[in-house]
Write a protein that binds this ligand. Structure first.
Ligand SMILES: [Fe+2]
Ligand SMILES: [Fe+2]
Length: 191
C-alpha cells in the first residue's frame, strides 16, 4: 500500500461524519425556519462531532499529513504548483482548527442562552460542512497521487511504516493527555 492509502481511507470516514453533521445542520435550520424557539440543538451530538474532528480528523489525520507526508515532501524539489497546494492545505488545516474552536464557543454560548449564539453555531456547522469535502477533494484528486512520484518505493514504504507508528502511539497520547488534564483540574500531582 502507498502511504496515501491510509489517508484516503480516513477521508471516507471523515466524509461519513460530516454527512451526519450536515443532516444535523439541516435539521436545526429547518426548525429555525418554522420557529427559532423550537430549534433544539443536541449538545451531545456537537460534542461527539467535535471530539471526532479534533482527535481523528485533526490530530490523527491532519497530523499524519503534516508531520509525516508534508514534511517529507518539503525536502523534495516540488513543482511550484505542488508546493503552493501543500501550503494551502496547511492553511486550511489551521482554518478548520479555528472553526472547530468557534463551534465549541458557539455551542457553549447557546447552552448559556447568549443572544446570537444559535446563528453563530449554525454558521460554524455550515462552514465545516462546506469545507471538508472541498479539502478532501483537493487532496484526493489533485495532490496525493501526483505527489507520490517524488518518492522511491523504499521511501514510500518508510512513510507508511511511520504512519502506522504514529497511529499506534496516538491512543496513548490521547488518554495520557486526558488523565493529565483531569489531574490538573483536580489539583493532583501526576505519578
Ligand atoms: Fe488535509
Ligand atoms: Fe486529508
Amino acid at each position: 500500500m502507498q502511504p496515501i492509502g491510509p489517508l484516503m481511507i480516513e477521508h471516507r470516514l471523515i466524509e461519513r461524519l460530516l454527512l451526519l453533521v450536515q443532516r444535523e445542520f439541516q435539521r436545526i435550520r429547518d426548525n429555525v425556519a418554522v420557529d427559532p424557539e423550537f430549534a433544539f440543538v443536541d449538545p451531545e451530538f456537537i460534542d461527539t462531532a467535535v471530539d471526532f474532528i479534533r482527535t481523528y480528523a485533526d490530530r490523527c489525520h491532519h497530523g499524519k499529513e503534516e508531520d509525516i507526508l508534508f514534511k517529507a515532501l518539503a525536502e523534495k524539489d516540488l513543482s511550484p504548483e505542488h508546493r503552493g497546494t501543500m501550503e494551502d492545505l496547511i492553511k486550511e488545516h489551521a482554518w478548520a482548527r479555528e472553526t472547530t474552536a468557534g463551534l465549541v464557543k458557539a455551542k457553549d454560548g447557546y447552552l448559556m442562552e447568549k443572544p446570537g449564539a444559535l446563528d453563530d453555531l449554525m454558521d460554524h456547522l455550515e462552514k465545516l460542512v462546506e469545507f471538508y469535502p472541498r479539502h478532501i477533494d483537493k487532496e484526493d484528486k489533485h495532490f496525493f497521487i501526483p505527489c507520490m512520484t517524488y518518492f522511491s518505493e523504499a521511501e514510500q514504504a518508510d512513510l507508511l511504516a511511520r504512519m502506522h507508528e504514529f497511529d499506534r502511539l496516538l491512543i496513548h497520547e490521547k488518554y495520557r493527555g486526558l488523565v493529565e488534564g483531569l489531574e490538573q483540574r483536580r489539583g493532583c500531582k501526576s505519578c
